[in-house]
Design a protein around this ligand. Structure first.
Ligand SMILES: *Cc1c(COP(=O)(O)O)cnc(C)c1O
Length: 395
């Protein structure tokens, strides 16, 4: 019998990853069905996923794409704004939000955030809009899954909702007041990236009530080929097509759609688990000096994509030190987000407030996202809470 060497011995305590995915048996067998069907790219599964997804978020149409970043770029281009038009968004977002504005040939305007919500307030939106001389459109981000007041922010920017796009990468399951995110603004863009609430690995969706916009998007996501040109390789189909507008290559495959369809059926259960995990964190982390817990919305519904705490001076250790110690103990963590204005490539191409982004910089320095997904166990949540408590000042 071989003597176990130390390196092969299992760690005494298993690490807790920042985010995990557990695909259902249904997803696995549906993927195998697609792989054996003889058709791998955009097809019937994508159509089914689009129909189920639109119904789930209460939108008339859903258009499946390759990523949320592509969804944002396509939606912004479909607004048909003059080249270089100013588009307002938050600096506290993933760089993809702002890259999409640039890829659409538009000029990003980055608003500072409210120190409590970490999202722009009506006041910060109104101020920067005024300072840059008005904006043509806005991308609203529901950070972490917390609902942003879309209509209020649009009004503050002097825009109608037809000039608003939502970045809902964190917001499948978010409700603004009494409505699910999905048909509030002109177009809503979702992500199915591996760490998001409905993980496929890669993928995105645009939902809208605007039939004309949907018609444009169905074409521009696939080179601009006239509608349904994906059928041209099907038996009996014609090879003919036209290109009405030059598009990009951002269609979704049937393999992705099979995973998405199975995930959508499980989604309410997965969301319920996220809400339970958030409640356990709230209870387990309560009363730790210098630790601020995530805001709960007064109205609407939080999707709990992230569980991000704020490490204030009273904690006794700064955010970086806490992150380092948690990592050392095998507890995954992350920071959402590095403000976009601090990223080298974006610095010179974005407009912003005259006095900079003092709130976003402070929020960024204090923010830490703890492990959050629908797989984490109660024991693991308790371990995270205990570790955070031990790492703070003794109370
Ligand atoms: C993940 C994310 C995106 C990009 O999503 P992809 O599907 O990876 O393109 C955009 N915005 C925010 C806020 C995100 O977190």
């Amino acid at each position: 019998m071989a003597i176990p060497v130390l390196d092969d011995a299992p760690p005494l305590i298993a690490p807790i990853p920042f985010s995990r995915v557990r695909l259902s048996d249904d997803a696995a067998s549906d993927v195998v069905d697609v792989l054996r069907s003889g058709w791998l790219t955009t097809g019937e599964r994508v159509l089914c996923f689009e129909a189920d997804f639109a119904e789930f978020v209460g939108a008339r149409r859903a258009i499946a794409v390759s990523s949320c970043t592509a969804a944002l770029e396509l939606s912004l281009k479909a607004l048909r704004l003059p080249a270089g038009s100013r588009v307002l968004t938050t600096t506290d977002t993933f760089c993809g939000t702002v890259a999409a504005i640039l890829h659409a040939g538009l000029t990003p305007v980055l608003a500072d955030v409210d120190p409590v919500t970490a999202m722009p307030s009506a006041e910060s939106v109104a101020r920067v809009t005024d300072e840059v001389g008005g904006v043509a459109a806005m991308v609203v981000v529901h950070l972490a899954g917390l609902p942003a007041p879309v209509s209020e922010l649009a009004a503050a920017a002097g825009l109608g909702l037809d000039r608003v796009i939502e970045d809902a990468a964190h917001a499948l399951g978010t409700w603004v007041d009494d409505r699910p995110v999905g048909a509030i603004s002109r177009a809503t863009c979702f992500s199915f990236y591996a760490t998001k609430n409905l993980p496929i690995g890669e993928g995105g969706m645009i939902t809208t009530d605007d039939e004309d916009l949907a018609h444009t998007l169905v074409q521009t996501r696939l080179h601009g080929l006239s509608a349904d040109a994906w059928r041209r390789y099907r038996p009996g189909a014609s090879w003919r097509y036209d290109v009405n507008e030059v598009g990009i290559k951002a269609n979704m495959t049937d393999v992705q759609a099979a995973i998405g369809l199975a995930g959508l059926h499980e989604f309410p259960r997965m969301q319920q688990r996220r809400a339970e995990v958030a409640a356990r964190y709230d209870a387990g982390l309560a009363d730790i000096p210098g630790l601020c817990l995530p805001l709960r919305p007064a109205r609407g519904r939080h999707a709990w994509h992230l569980y991000a705490v704020r490490v204030r001076p009273g904690f006794g250790r700064d955010r970086d030190a806490l992150a380092e110690e948690l990592t050392r103990r095998g507890i995954g963590n992350s920071v959402h987000f590095i403000p976009v204005h601090q990223l080298t490539a974006f610095r010179s191409v974005c407009l912003g407030p005259a006095n900079g982004w003092p709130n976003a910089e402070r929020v960024h320095a204090e923010t830490l996202s703890l492990p959050m997904d629908s797989v984490i166990s109660d024991d693991e949540v308790t371990r995270v809470c205990t570790a955070v408590r031990e790492l703070g000042v003794p109370s």
